[in-house]
Design a protein around this ligand. Structure first.
Ligand SMILES: [Zn+2]
Length: 484
């Protein structure tokens, strides 16, 4: 493993629609000159992506364990015609039987697995950056009015399309998403995700308790909520890369009967997901105590059979050791959403305590409470949230959380998250020189980890040079979004 601090190689621009025949710079691999295709080259067969390649085999921990990550620089990632990883390793050691692919030049840039965003809201594209409230007032003042618009199918389609393209431009290829209570919002999101071959987990939001759920966003009955959920499971669950996730918004908008139904349906399907929010804000925690009693907020969900592998509790800031033990025992996941927790003044998530107890933790942008779709920005803020608690987030652990850690949080580590053979080839090409400040800082860095920390701290959407989904180019910074 070496770090050569190379200058980024330029990738020639080609016409927006003329990419199939585009052939870029000539460069030497071994002794023979090779004609590299541009990133737009959507070769029908195998492709070989040249660049520095970084991926993780496990959580590097607070003090990075060198056995948990691999850096190949110069490296190569070989992607089969079926969009799966065939091989990743040093550039000079590509197995001869895999050497006949179309070469694609990302040299001087960093190839990492596609980012995994474990919590955000497709319905809040129009809500991000809304001023001045904490959770419960913010929902009432900004979120619910925006969500009402999703009753209209054309609005849902338009916003879902923009939402997913924004994820791709941020390097995110897998996401766990809240839409709205409307079936149209689920249909639109999944239809658009399917066009882009993205791995998306989602499901109709369930709300039936006034005054926390407004009357015009309420499920008319638990029976209707269950019928709608079952209809959508039948339509979308396990179709291509889509996974249905039963989605009660959170305890305050739910009656006991609704949570009972949620727990029952969740337990009925062995591979169904469940997502909700928990213990984000002190006032919310107090409200749940008044409404449901019980030992704790997590305990309320536990009471209804909602904990388990494939269940996710966004935020989980105000929890205790007993809650953490229970979340770990059941294989439940927490989504750590630092930009949202800071923006809404919610509080500081204790990562060390959660990981120490063995809880699966993924990163979430939580837009629109969160302030950026970029997991690089999210990592930058995560570092600060942890610093305020005398914890340290290394760049290696940060990139693990954004890739394999997210995959593990969603129990998809057998399919995505790193470049082991047969994994789905979702990956991102990162540009060390995306801005003058980032370029300078990474040029003067002494070693790879220092460079990576600069990228984590200074990087944002501008550092995403290209995003590939199942081996296909879906976003190119120079050319924009590839038509789905
Ligand atoms: Zn949320």
């Amino acid at each position: 493993m070496t770090n050569q601090n190379q200058e980024p190689s330029s990738i020639p621009a080609v016409g927006r629609r003329g990419f199939l025949a585009g052939v870029g710079a000539l460069a030497a691999v071994g002794s023979a000159p090779v004609a590299y295709a541009t990133p737009r080259a959507a070769a029908p067969g195998r492709s070989i992506h040249y660049g520095a390649v970084l991926h993780f085999l496990a959580d590097p921990g607070a003090k990075p364990n060198p056995d948990t990550w691999q850096l190949f620089d110069p490296g190569a990632l070989v992607v089969g015609a079926d969009g799966h990883v065939e091989w990743a390793g040093p550039e000079g050691e590509i197995p001869p039987e895999l050497g006949d692919g179309t070469p694609v030049d990302h040299r001087g840039q960093l190839i990492v697995p596609g980012f995994v965003d474990t919590h955000l809201h497709a319905s809040q594209v129009d809500v991000i950056a809304s001023f001045g409230e904490q959770l419960l007032e913010w929902l009432e003042k900004y979120v619910f009015p925006a969500e009402k618009a999703f009753a209209a199918g054309d609005h849902a389609q338009l916003v879902s399309s923009l939402f997913l393209d924004t994820l791709l431009a941020s390097g995110t290829t897998t996401a766990m998403v809240h839409p709205t209570v409307h079936k149209t919002s689920v249909d639109a999101l999944f239809e658009e995700a399917r066009k882009r071959s993205m791995r998306i987990l989602s499901g109709k939001v369930l709300m039936d308790r006034e005054p926390y759920a407004p009357p015009d966003l309420k499920d008319p009955s638990v029976e209707q909520a269950e019928a709608d959920t079952r209809e959508l499971i039948g339509r979308w669950h396990n179709k291509d890369r889509l996974t249905y996730s039963i989605t009660p918004r959170f305890a305050p908008t739910s009656t006991e009967a609704l949570l009972q139904m949620v727990g029952r349906v969740y337990q009925e399907f062995p591979d169904l997901w469940l997502q909700t929010h928990a213990a984000e804000n002190k006032e919310e925690v107090e409200t749940v105590r008044e409404l449901f009693g019980g030992r704790s907020y997590i305990d309320v969900y536990d009471r209804y059979g909602m904990l388990g592998g494939r269940s996710l509790y966004a935020h989980s800031i105000y929890i205790d050791d007993q809650d953490r033990t229970r979340l770990a025992q059941t294989g439940s996941t927490i989504a750590f959403c630092p930009t949202s927790n800071l923006f809404l003044g919610s509080g500081l998530f204790d990562l060390d305590a959660a990981r120490g107890a063995g809880v699966r933790v993924g990163l979430g942008t939580d837009v629109g409470g969160g302030t950026s779709y970029s997991l690089l920005v999210t990592l930058n803020e995560a570092y600060k949230v942890l610093a305020l608690q005398q914890q340290k987030l290394s760049a290696l652990r940060g990139f693990y959380l954004a890739t394999l850690g997210g995959a593990e949080a969603l129990h998809f580590e057998d399919r995505i998250g790193n470049f082991q053979p047969r994994k789905e080839a979702d990956f991102v090409v990162l540009d060390w020189a995306a801005t003058p400040v980032l370029k300078r800082r990474t040029e003067v860095a002494k070693d790879f980890q220092e460079r990576l920390f600069a990228l984590m701290t200074l990087g944002d959407e501008r550092a995403i040079r290209a995003t590939y989904v199942l081996g296909q180019l879906r976003y190119d910074r120079g050319q924009g979004i590839a038509s789905p």
